[in-house]
Design a protein around this ligand. Structure first.
Ligand code: C2O
Ligand code: CU
Length: 720
């Protein structure tokens, strides 16, 4: 539901004249992906119209339904429509949306010349028709079609026929050639690469068979003596306490196979650090892995020297080495820790843990980020691991594989294991602290109970509470994002934690609803006492609403201070792969939710792929940018995601050691205000951030897709 303020703003922006589809001076998302041109039927020359696929209101980085369909707010901009009476017995024009099968039809309302808001559409592919009708309240289309158009997503239709010529096995060529031309298992390939697992039900493109990534396969060696990882516990750290955190190999089970992962203190995930806002604690990190490592304390506004970024704030800790971190916790919220050197390997192997910073206050240690009464609080770290018949797919030793898309896994995990289970009680109210620790996957999680989903009360984001709580059906988390939700369990039965998304079968050119089950809550026993009485109530934090609202009002409407284009350079990828990637850019979905192109995803390495942050005004890229800002400044940063690359895709952009407010997505003001440190920029989209630069030091700004980070997508910003 749009709030009154949102409606007012939208109405104001509508009245303000043309939108980004018709006015190229307006900085909006890619017109090619977010505009739907309408074509007049013969005999109506002079009529022109465009439908904006505008950003729909959402507290998350992308607007999707609980079952994963993309949601757009449609805005029509029409010119030259004649008086309907001049076309026949008509009094008005009406807009309609429908899937390519033409049923069911969604009435979007009456339209006139100028800009008209048509409402929300959540269809994968669709048509928009404008018809002349006898009366404004027709429920079905009866009159004459005047304008028609197809959503950009219908361009997927062409993928099938276009992909056919590329559908023959490639000759092994160059350094990419595998030793087993049709290898399907490790034993077929002298280089040691097993083929990546194929996805059941998805058309495979055969033409890449025989190719392998230009990297040596690597997995941690098994000594045989590794203990199985234990479930993670909670470690309370009081003022001045020191925790020893040892990263070491452990046995973990993925897809039924025992393999070697890396964990902190024998636990998967690492211990939850439970601390009070304003305190200081120490962590002695001991590296018993085979790789250089360090620990980054994601989201904390701590001292730069303790931020754990090898090459910037410290030297990487060699195997066998140690490092003492001093941690400060100035802000209540949910944070996390993970390595920052070959994050694509170390984090993916299981090195991560949650940090809960509890609000200090009159009530003593409150709960993060809001002190609503709940029966239980559960940190849930979401992750995915790429594993096939033979266990986990190796990493590239010197450079990441999956450097274009990022490594999307096939086995989904909660708290370091598959098949998460919880015993709940009737009516129990849970607070879930959700962290996305996956390398590249964006989750859309919901709790399904019978035919319906449990309503989720969204209370917190990365670095503290939302100014206003609200109900959501599902939670969208990009890599490294955190959200806090509260949920009341039903009186009986069970609830299933699901990830519902749209997968794309690229060769067939179709969207496929895709559901993964992450875990299950069984409800049994006596009712929870006392009942959490005001669970239905949505709270607002007046102070936060005032302060964040004021920042939003002051900065949302002004020009950005800085801009970054998120773009890509590739070199010497196999020709057939480039050909397929090109075909695939005809349409790009806002988010790539599922790994439906296992070979295409796997082959590109950090040798052929460089992801770039580019400052358009200077042409500088990545570490050549070198921004400096005075301490205490608010900087408005516009992130623009380049649609014209070989592989446009969403990027979760993270800034270390500071916090920011998301002001707008695709040019539309964001209504749900909260401090954050990571923001998802949709493919071809834009995001405006207001950086609160209060913490001195040199800080990394980067994409949190682990492979993109390893493939260059980072810069440094100095606050002095
Ligand atoms: Cu989660 Cu640069 O970090
Ligand atoms: Cu990225």
């Amino acid at each position: 539901m749009l709030s009154a303020i949102a409606l007012f703003r939208l109405a104001a922006s509508l009245a303000a004249g043309p939108g980004f589809c018709t006015d190229s001076t307006i900085a909006g998302p890619s017109r090619d992906l977010y505009c739907l041109p309408l074509v007049p039927v013969p005999g109506l020359a002079g009529v022109s119209a465009m439908v904006e696929l505008a950003q729909a209101a959402t507290p998350f980085g992308v607007a999707v339904t609980a079952d994963g369909a993309q949601v757009h707010e449609l805005v029509l901009d029409a010119r030259g429509l004649p008086d309907p009476a001049s076309l026949g017995p008509y009094t008005t024009y009406v807009a309609w949306a429908m899937p390519p099968g033409l049923e069911p039809v969604q009435r979007l309302g009456t339209v006139t010349n100028g800009r008209v808001r048509l409402g929300r559409v959540a269809l994968d592919k669709f048509l928009v028709l404008i018809t002349a009708e006898r009366s404004a309240d027709v429920g079905r289309r009866e009159g004459r079609i005047v304008l028609r158009g197809l959503s950009p997503s219908t361009r997927l239709d062409a993928h099938g026929p276009l992909a056919l010529p590329a559908g023959r096995p490639d000759e092994p060529r160059g350094a990419h050639a595998g030793h087993g031309a049709h290898g399907t298992s490790a034993s077929d390939s002298a280089s040691g690469w097993p083929m990546p697992p194929m996805i059941p039900g998805i058309t495979m493109v055969q033409s890449l068979a025989g190719l392998e990534p230009r990297a040596e396969p690597w997995l941690p060696a098994a000594s045989g003596g590794e203990a199985a990882a234990r479930p993670g516990g909670v470690t309370r750290l009081s003022q001045g306490d020191t925790l020893r955190l040892v990263a070491a190999p452990a046995r973990r089970t993925v897809g039924g196979h025992a393999s070697v992962g890396y964990v902190f203190n024998g636990q998967a995930p690492g211990p939850v650090l439970d601390v009070v806002q304003g305190s200081t604690a120490y962590v002695e990190f001991v590296n018993r892995t085979a790789l250089p490592a360090a620990i980054h304390w994601h989201g904390l506004r701590l001292d730069a020297a303790h931020d754990g970024v090898p090459g910037l704030t410290q030297e990487a800790v060699p195997p066998g080495g140690r490092f003492l971190y001093r941690l400060r916790f100035p802000d209540a919220g949910v944070y996390w820790y993970h390595p920052h050197h070959r994050e694509d390997v170390l984090q993916d192997l299981g090195l991560y843990g949650t940090i809960v910073v509890r609000a200090r206050g009159a009530s003593g240690a409150g709960s993060p980020p809001a002190a609503n009464p709940v029966h239980r609080e559960l940190p849930l770290v979401l992750d995915d691991v790429l594993a096939g018949e033979e266990g986990p797919v190796p990493y590239g030793r010197e450079t990441p594989t999956h450097a274009l898309m990022g490594r999307l896994g096939t086995r989904l995990m909660v708290n370091g294991a598959e098949g998460w289970r919880l015993q709940g009680r009737p009516g129990e109210v849970l607070r879930l602290l959700l962290v996305n620790a996956a390398s590249a996957r964006v989750f859309n999680v919901a709790l399904a109970a019978g035919a319906a989903d449990l309503p989720l009360k969204l209370v917190g984001a990365d670095a503290g509470p939302f100014a206003r709580e609200r109900w959501v059906e599902s939670v969208v988390l990009a890599p490294s994002e955190r959200y806090v939700v509260e949920v009341r369990l039903p009186a009986s039965g069970s609830a299933t934690l699901v990830n519902r998304v749209r997968a794309i079968d690229h060769a067939a050119g179709v969207f496929l609803p895709h559901v993964d089950t992450l875990g299950r809550i069984e409800v049994a026993g006596a009712a929870s006492r006392p009942a959490a009485g005001d669970f239905e109530r949505l709270r607002a934090h007046a102070d936060l609403e005032r302060s964040l609202g004021a920042l939003h009002r002051e900065h949302a409407g002004r020009a950005p201070d800085r801009e970054l284009l998120l773009t890509l350079a590739v070199d010497s990828l196999p020709f057939r792969l480039v050909q397929l990637l090109r075909l695939d850019t005809a349409y790009v979905h806002p988010v790539e939710w599922a790994p439906t192109m296992p070979m295409m995803d796997w082959l590109p390495t950090g040798r052929e792929v460089e992801w770039r942050l580019r400052e358009p005004s200077t042409g500088r890229e990545n570490h050549a940018i070198r921004w400096r800002f005075p301490r205490g400044s608010y900087v408005k940063l516009r992130l623009r995601n380049d649609r014209h690359t070989l592989h446009p895709m969403a990027h979760p952009i993270h800034l270390h050691g500071q916090r920011f407010l998301v002001l707008a997505r695709n040019g539309v003001p964001v209504e749900d205000l909260a401090w954050k440190d990571t923001a998802l920029v949709q493919a071809g989209g834009t995001v405006d951030l207001l950086l609160d630069l209060a913490n001195p030091g040199a800080w990394m700004l980067h994409c949190h897709n682990a492979e993109h980070l390893s493939a260059g997508m980072h810069t440094t910003l100095t606050v002095e």
